[in-house]
Design a protein around this ligand. Structure first.
Ligand SMILES: Nc1ncnc2c1ncn2[C@@H]1O[C@@H]2COP(=O)(O)O[C@H]3[C@@H](O)[C@H](n4cnc5c(N)ncnc54)O[C@@H]3COP(=O)(O)O[C@H]2[C@H]1O
Ligand SMILES: Nc1ncnc2c1ncn2[C@@H]1O[C@@H]2COP(=O)(O)O[C@H]3[C@@H](O)[C@H](n4cnc5c(N)ncnc54)O[C@@H]3COP(=O)(O)O[C@H]2[C@H]1O
Lengths: 139, 139
């Protein structure tokens, strides 16, 4: 594991660019988000606004938790509630020029990190998979 | 990154033991599996049989995909179908004495690996998080 080479790697080379990242809008219904999550097969995806700013993450467990009533699953909530009401807003954000070392410690607790530019526009995601591929090549 | 030290690490020291791993049984209904997944917050968990043998993994997207009909979400399937019918059986299995190097390459495409003993009994899971923590300590 040649640490100098590994930690010099540029985030931009490892990240998945925004046009290839499945995402939903803040005002989308829970039903729409559930369809996008199920069809993409991803467990969590970013939530953006029409200006392409990042607002949070949505996942299938978060949606199921919101519609799970005491007696039954309240499926009607899928149409009445929107993503903004239940998304997770406490998410780490990194810049394109953040160091890989900063990202490594954030990736311990997050399967992926959202990359923003200086104006706060969503640029893409850095996944654990991308980092593990590099680790394997350097091991 | 001191590769000798890092790759010498013993899987048993990093793995989550079976008693702390959320799991379901092959004959459980999809409804039961959806409740365990939602309550635990995990996106995928192991499927075991009564002899504690590993049969596959179940996840919320797999369940949603199974009940998503053309016209509507067919919620009645949650009670009529069981986990065994839709679980993912193509999963990598490792032994307690597998090398960390083998695990590293498997973890590229799998968020966690299931650990079995020589008789095929489920021992626990090795997660990407556990490996990333070690990587950070050695970086
Ligand atoms: N369609 C697919 N093709 C190949 N492999 C697949 C796959 N879907 C999932 N995987 C594998 O499973 C891992 C976990 O996926 P998960 O959806 O839980 O968790 C994913 C998902 O929540 C998110 N993610 C990854 N790619 C995405 C994308 N293009 N758009 C939106 N979210 C994405 O980042 C998390 C971590 O991704 P990572 O790649 O490290 O890790 C992925 C990858 O190794
Ligand atoms: N209750 C919690 N407390 C703290 N952090 C949490 C957490 N739930 C999730 N996380 C964080 O989110 C990551 C992804 O969790 P996920 O459920 O998608 O994916 C998880 C889950 O499918 C499975 N997993 C982890 N621990 C488990 C357990 N005790 N029982 C069953 N499955 C488990 O292994 C995957 C990878 O786990 P990993 O730890 O590498 O990565 C976890 C961890 O960093």
């Amino acid at each position: 594991l040649h640490s100098e080479e590994f930690l010099e790697i540029n985030i931009q080379d490892l990240m998945i660019p925004s046009e290839r990242v499945a995402h939903v809008q803040v005002k989308n219904s829970l039903e729409h988000a559930l369809l996008v999550l199920t069809k993409s097969g991803y467990s969590a995806i970013p939530v953006l606004d029409p200006q392409f700013k990042l607002h949070g993450l949505i996942s299938t467990p978060l949606i199921m938790d919101a519609i799970l009533g005491l007696e039954r699953i309240e499926f009607e909530k899928l149409e009445t509630q929107c993503v903004e009401e239940i998304m997770n807003q406490e998410i780490p954000r990194i810049q394109i020029d953040s160091s890989l070392k900063t990202c490594l410690s954030l990736l311990i607790d997050h399967p992926f990190l959202c990359v923003e530019n200086k104006e706060g526009l969503f640029e893409g995601i850095l996944t654990r998979r991308a980092v593990l591929i590099q680790l394997n090549e350097n091991a």
